[in-house]
Design a protein around this ligand. Structure first.
Ligand code: ADP
Ligand code: MG
Length: 390
């Protein structure tokens, strides 16, 4: 659904619920990472794009003038309230903690949002790795900007939202999701250098290509320590190689220092170092609209995540195998798992004209091989957060 239509829908839902039209409407997108996986905490590069799926908030001042923010979500039964006459702290229901943390961030900067009646709706699927959480935070921040008439620097806004996720939702996330949701631009990818936290928009407006996001609809419950273990292995590799982070190591240096690290740690480092290089190479290929080259880098990324970093799973591998079998003749340039791994989504670079055929084929073959129904979305690089009304 186009953002404008989505906003109209949320506006009429707000009116049904609160009995008057909203005064403000804000939106912020989810995202998909094209390449650069598990590189963020190694001071590397990531290359996400905003997707045409959004978190949308419609709001008005409460009729009784109370200093309370009342948040209703079309996807949650429980109403979240924030009493602004007291210090804002994490509280039940849990979903309210993302906006709560953002409100607290504004207050810390001396910006008082004042009471609000809010309706939230999201077309970003929740908990699928497309970052509905960052979309919710950045949407809240964008709404508060409109309401208070203050515009934050977009980088500061992204960092405020990341802090909300750390402190209020208890999720130690990186900076990618909030950056792309806040800074994305239509027809562009965002190259983010996680070391100095600088960004560069990379044009990708060729109408002949699109991105397909294939949700495997599985999430393998592991012991939970995998992410921390991978991080620790990367730190161990950097320490033993005598550098601050794996960003400082070339492939040649890794080979030379192979005897200083275990075989497993070597493979983890090989993925990270290779992936940082692939991300930089992908930017060059996107700039030249060399889609077959971008596609090959995506396949190489997947292979390294599967074999060296060991964060893939059967279902993700099946999707990539199906995509490879369709091949360039069938309109697929490349495909890889995206996100932390062990389930979630794959992203494929495809010919725009073949989106429907490819989606049908992947859905049918994935169902036949796994017994699971995938959910498939197509998107072109979308705009970042916007004030739709107000
Ligand atoms: P992801 O960011 O990959 O979608 P997370 O687990 O980080 O997954 O964030 C999902 C959580 O964000 C949900 O469980 C919910 O608490 C919150 N959330 C996001 N969007 C909404 C929404 N529209 N309504 C209510 N809660 C939401
Ligand atoms: Mg999230």
């Amino acid at each position: 659904m186009k953002l404008q239509d989505l906003a109209s829908h949320v506006s009429s839902e707000f009116e049904k619920l609160y009995g008057r039209p909203p005064r403000w409407i804000a939106a912020a997108p989810g995202r998909v990472n094209i390449i650069g996986e598990h590189t963020d905490y190694n001071d590397g590069f990531v290359l996400p794009m905003a997707i045409e799926y959004y978190s949308v908030m419609a709001a008005d001042r409460p009729v009784d003038g109370r200093e309370v923010i009342t948040l209703r979500s079309t996807l949650e039964a429980e109403v979240a309230t924030i009493d602004l006459t007291r210090p804002v702290r994490p509280a039940a229901p849990k979903w309210g903690n993302y906006p709560r943390g953002v409100v607290a961030g504004f207050q810390e900067r001396g910006i008082q949002p004042g009471g609000l009646d809010v309706l939230l709706h999201s077309t970003v699927p929740l908990g699928s790795g497309l970052s509905s959480s960052a979309a919710l935070e950045v949407c809240t921040a964008t709404l508060l900007e409109a309401v208070t008439g203050t515009t934050l620097d977009p980088v500061e806004k992204a960092l405020l939202c990341q802090k909300a996720e750390h402190d209020f939702a208890g999720v130690p996330c990186g900076i990618m999701d909030q950056f792309i949701s806040a800074l994305g631009r239509e027809g562009h990818l965002l190259l983010l250098d996680c070391r100095p936290r600088t960004t560069e928009l990379v044009p990708m407006s060729d109408p002949s290509v699109a991105l397909l996001i294939i949700n495997t609809n599985v999430k393998h419950e592991l012991s939970g320590g995998e992410y921390a273990e991978r991080r620790a292995q990367c730190e161990e590799a950097a320490r033993n190689l005598g550098v601050e982070s794996l960003r400082d190591v070339t492939a040649v240096q890794l080979e030379a220092g192979k005897s200083k690290i275990s075989e497993t740690v070597y493979r983890r480092a090989r993925h990270v170092i290779g992936e940082i290089g692939r991300t930089v190479d992908a930017v060059g290929s996107v700039r030249q609209s060399d889609w077959p080259a971008v596609g090959q880098l995506m396949y190489a990324s997947h292979a390294a995540l599967r074999d060296d970093y060991e964060v893939s799973c059967e279902e993700l591998d099946v999707v990539v195998e199906i995509a490879e079998a369709i091949g360039e003749r069938g309109g697929v340039y490349g495909c890889r798992m995206t996100g932390g791994g062990f389930g979630g989504c794959c992203v494929a670079l495809v010919k725009a004209s073949a989106v429907e055929d490819i989606s049908k084929k992947i859905a049918a073959d994935y169902k036949a091989r796994t017994g699971i129904a995938a959910t498939i979305f197509a998107s072109r690089p979308a705009a970042g957060a916007t004030v739709v009304k107000g």
